[in-house]
Structure formats: structure tokens, C-alpha cells
Design a protein around this ligand. Structure first.
Ligand SMILES: [Zn+2]
Length: 211
């Protein structure tokens, strides 16, 4: 925990079903014990609502957190907080960071640099076709520390692919990176099982994952 608080911009990656929520709640509990204030945020209103549900703490959208403003001249988004108006928190935790824009990751980096506030980012490394998400790529480029929540595939190997499964529980490998409003679900599997489209029957009912 102290490592996390000293590590500036931290990325914690872990696929669906790898215990990310348990770790997140453990961190929140520890922060509470240390009497440290924490701001929770997620990329969308829907993701923020779910984050509130699983943690019991209020979560906002990343837009609200950053109070992003568009410069009408340049069209650029910028961070409006300044020295006289600092963020009132000791730690920031952002969930589903894979869906953040690279510019938003840079804004989080600025919070670390300018205000010395640690930012913990939770997110997926890659999509269901093993391609890196935009937000995750930027985090891999600029994070101070990258931690991986390891998990084991039903065959015993390390999970590496966040497989998309359809309503029948079968692995699908074609489609958009983000399926808005789709009914697809996700499960972490090893590369070999993903390639062979093999999935344990008992794993076919994994929880829905944010779109
Ligand atoms: Zn496997």
C-alpha cells in the first residue's frame, strides 16, 4: 500500500474475474484506516454508477473529476485547477482506465506532477482481439509503476486474453473493440484456450463487463 502511495501514477491491470474489485475495496479500506481522502472516478456515468455500487463510495465521471474545459481558441481540453484551488483529496482512483482518452491520462499525469497526488488506475491491458486499448497504451508509456493482477485459466495456464463470449458462452473474435449496448460478456483465458476457442462450461456464466 505504501508502495502504491509513493508510486505516483500507478496502473493496475487485471482481466474480468481476476479479483480487481476485491483489491480496489481492500485499498479503499486501508485508505480509510489511514484517514486519507480518496476520489473515485470512471470514464462514463454508467461506469461511475457501477463503481459506486461495488465500493459503496461516491464515484464521479472522469470529466467531472478533471473539470475539463475546452479552450474555445485551440479546441484543446485543459485542466482548470490551480494552486489556489487544489484538488481536495489525498489519492485518486480511476477504474476502467482502458476507456480513457490518452489526453485524459496525460491530465492524470499532470495531477501527480503538479499536486503530488498519487493516481491509481485500474484497467484492462488489451481488448478481446488482444489489441491494446488507447488509454492503456498511454498508461504503459507514462505510468511510474505497472502492476498486474495475475490469474489462472481453467486449464492451469496464466490468463492473458480478455475473451469476449456471446450469449451461448462461446468465444467470439470478430467485432468492434467496444460493443455499445451489446450483450457480450468477458472472461480472462490463456492464449492457447483463446486460440482454440476453448472455454470451461462452468466459466460460461461469468459476470457482465462494462462496455
Ligand atoms: Zn487455458
Amino acid at each position: 500500500m505504501e508502495d502504491a502511495l509513493c508510486s505516483g501514477l500507478l496502473l493496475i491491470t487485471g482481466g474480468p474475474g481476476t479479483g480487481k474489485t476485491t483489491i480496489l475495496n481492500g485499498i479503499l479500506e486501508l485508505l480509510g484506516q489511514m484517514q486519507l481522502r480518496c476520489l473515485l472516478a470512471a470514464p462514463t456515468g454508467r461506469a461511475a454508477k457501477r463503481l459506486t455500487e461495488v465500493t459503496g463510495e461516491e464515484a464521479s465521471t472522469i470529466h467531472r473529476l478533471l473539470e475539463a474545459t475546452i479552450d474555445t481558441n485551440s479546441g484543446e481540453m485543459y485542466f482548470v485547477r490551480d494552486e489556489e484551488n487544489p484538488l481536495k483529496t489525498d489519492v485518486i482512483i480511476v477504474d476502467e482506465c482502458q476507456f480513457l482518452l490518452p489526453e485524459q491520462i496525460d491530465q492524470l499525469r499532470s495531477i501527480v506532477n503538479d499536486y503530488n497526488i498519487p493516481v491509481m488506475c485500474f484497467g484492462l491491458r488489451t481488448d478481446f482481439q488482444t489489441k491494446m486499448f488507447e488509454g492503456s497504451r498511454r498508461l504503459f508509456e507514462i505510468a511510474d509503476t505497472i502492476d498486474e493482477i495475475k490469474s489462472t485459466c481453467s486449464c492451469g495456464r496464466k490468463t492473458i486474453v480478455n475473451a469476449r463470449i456471446d450469449s451461448n458462452g462461446d468465444i467470439i473474435t470478430v467485432g468492434e473493440q467496444v460493443e455499445i449496448g451489446g450483450n457480450d460478456r468477458y472472461i480472462a483465458v490463456c492464449r492457447k484456450c483463446w486460440r482454440n476457442k476453448r472455454i470451461e462450461h462452468s466459466d460460461r456464466n461469468s459476470l457482465p463487463f462494462d462496455k
